[in-house]
Write a protein that binds this ligand. Sequence first.
Ligand SMILES: NC(=O)c1ccc[n+]([C@@H]2O[C@H](COP(=O)([O-])OP(=O)(O)OC[C@H]3O[C@@H](n4cnc5c(N)ncnc54)[C@H](OP(=O)(O)O)[C@@H]3O)[C@@H](O)[C@H]2O)c1
Length: 258
Amino acid sequence: MSKYAFITGASSGIGKATAKALAKKGYDLVIASRSLKKLEAVKQDIEASEHVTVTPFVLDVTDTAGIHQTTSVVLEKFGAPDVLVNDAGLARGLEPYDQTNEEDILEMVDTNIKGLFLVTHAFLPAMVERNSGHIVNLGSTAGLYAYAGAAVYCASKAAVKTFSDGIRIDCMATDVKVTTIQPGMVETPFSEVRFHGDKERAANVYKDIEPLTPDDIADAIAYVVDTPRRVQISDVVLLANQQGTGFLACKNPKRNAK
Ligand SMILES: NC(=O)c1ccc[n+]([C@@H]2O[C@H](COP(=O)([O-])OP(=O)(O)OC[C@H]3O[C@@H](n4cnc5c(N)ncnc54)[C@H](OP(=O)(O)O)[C@@H]3O)[C@@H](O)[C@H]2O)c1
């Protein structure tokens, strides 16, 4: 492998689009998620159009032993990643915290915080040792502006943002870079996962608004990992044009209608 990116959550949405965008930039890919079938489809799709190799790994980032096992095989086989994209993440439910069930709380914390921290912990020493590499963490505008019914999700994304800031400080004496990508509303299976498979409720989230696409976010990631050595982009916040802040969107933009 010449240069390669390790991407968690590459089976769907933003992670999948990022895999395609980085393949276009010539990165070989190691892609991970819980679904081998979906990862195989991503591999087939990318290898059919780009001259890169794509290696899928089944990995549940809530499984600490699984992280240790997968990352040690990856490090042994490919060395430290040039780019690590920590994309795997999810929201569950949109109820007030007193009505949020404990399973959903733990799944969000274990995936969005613990999983991201431990995948990073597994790869960072080899990146520091080699004195190069770029960690791209998927935060969210939810980590900047809390919204109703999402206290745990918002807190988990705030954790991603401050964790990224912390490791950037720890890596200041090295060439390792750290970026937090903080998207607003992006149309992906995210809302369907949030509503436990309720497609109608999920579709309603994006009704009367033009949301961002996964490619919009992937383009930003492809840009930040391609800057000169002296440049480090710490944060990228991307809102849909109709969004004012994180979850505040104008669903009926008549005021300026022509
Ligand atoms: N969509 C938005 O509006 C939005 C906005 C801001 C930030 N984000 C963030 O962007 C990231 C990607 O979300 P998306 O919108 O692209 O949603 P998505 O299409 O549902 O993708 C989520 C990805 O995470 C993976 N994943 C979930 N739990 C996992 C686990 N325990 N272990 C390994 N992989 C896991 C899923 O793969 P498998 O199911 O195959 O395991 C899938 O590939 C998330 O971190 C999300 O919080 C999304």
